[in-house]
Ligand binder design. Structure first.
Ligand SMILES: C[S@@+](CC[C@H](N)C(=O)[O-])C[C@H]1O[C@@H](n2cnc3c(N)ncnc32)[C@H](O)[C@@H]1O
Length: 231
């Protein structure tokens, strides 16, 4: 399903590795430079998928997280959304090769998508927010909040505050070289938990900070009406 015209979509997002011609190398690069098995396993454990749970992965790319969620809980309903047709083509092929029934939607995580596919018990996103401009980060988090059912959770894995000189050096010389400084620096300054609170999330917490060759990847969890009275 394509929810936008190709021209509109391509003009409005950064390709997975900064340049479209690098897209075929995406999975290998992530495996090599991010200690992927460690942080993805922690993220899946944190989401704790179960039968009947509806989960959406924003900016699912080649679908590695969606497949891990479906493998962990075959009875969960897993949907991946991404504006990049090339990445989604790979996601669909890999899920099909593994016999995994996952829905992939081409487009942005916007009101149209939420009306068609929401609400969700869990919203997740990995390695997307660091490469999106500040207003885009807030817009994605606002949509994530709106798309959750009361008591639902947000689970994010992305580059956050870089603890110590080694991680700052690694982040500067990998992620910031590929995706630029403008969009990525907000993450390194710790903007994500502040934005989560601003758009209405409660119980915002950093659950892990995992050092990798490309900088520290932080795991966050937040809730929609998980504390106090419903809004
Ligand atoms: C670095 S890749 C991460 C892919 C995947 N989530 C992972 O963990 O491997 C970033 C992905 O986010 C998508 N993306 C970029 N901007 C986006 C936006 N505003 N909304 C949704 N997805 C976006 C890109 O198309 C790309 O597939």
């Amino acid at each position: 399903m394509n929810t936008h015209s190709t021209d509109t979509v391509e003009a409005n997002y950064t390709p997975a590795l900064g340049l479209r011609l690098l897209t075929p190398f995406y999975d290998a690069a992530i495996a090599t430079f991010t200690r992927e098995r460690t942080w993805r396993a922690r993220l899946v454990e944190q989401i704790a998928p179960q039968t009947g749970m509806r989960i959406v992965d924003i900016g699912c790319g080649t679908g590695t997280l969606t497949r891990a969620l479906k493998q962990a809980a075959p009875g969960a309903e897993v949907i991946g959304v991404d504006p990049d047709a090339q990445m989604l083509g790979k996601a669909r092929a890999l899920a099909s090769a593994e016999g995994l029934a996952i829905t992939y939607v081409e487009g942005f995580f916007d009101d149209g998508f939420i009306a068609a596919h929401g609400p969700f018990a869990a919203v997740t996103s990995s390695l997307v927010l660091h490469q999106v401009p500040l207003e885009g980060k807030a817009a994605i988090l606002r949509s994530a909040f709106r798309s959750l059912e009361p008591g639902g959770r947000l689970h994010i894995a992305d580059y956050g505050v870089q603890p110590g000189r080694l991680m700052r050096f690694a982040f500067r010389n990998t992620v910031q070289r590929i995706d630029g400084v403008e969009d990525t620096e907000h993450n390194a300054r710790g903007v994500l938990p502040d934005l989560m609170r601003e758009v209405g999330f409660d119980a915002v917490e950093e659950t892990a900070s995992i050092p990798t060759p490309s900088g520290a990847i932080t795991l966050f969890r937040a809730g929609r009406n998980t504390t106090g009275e419903p809004r």
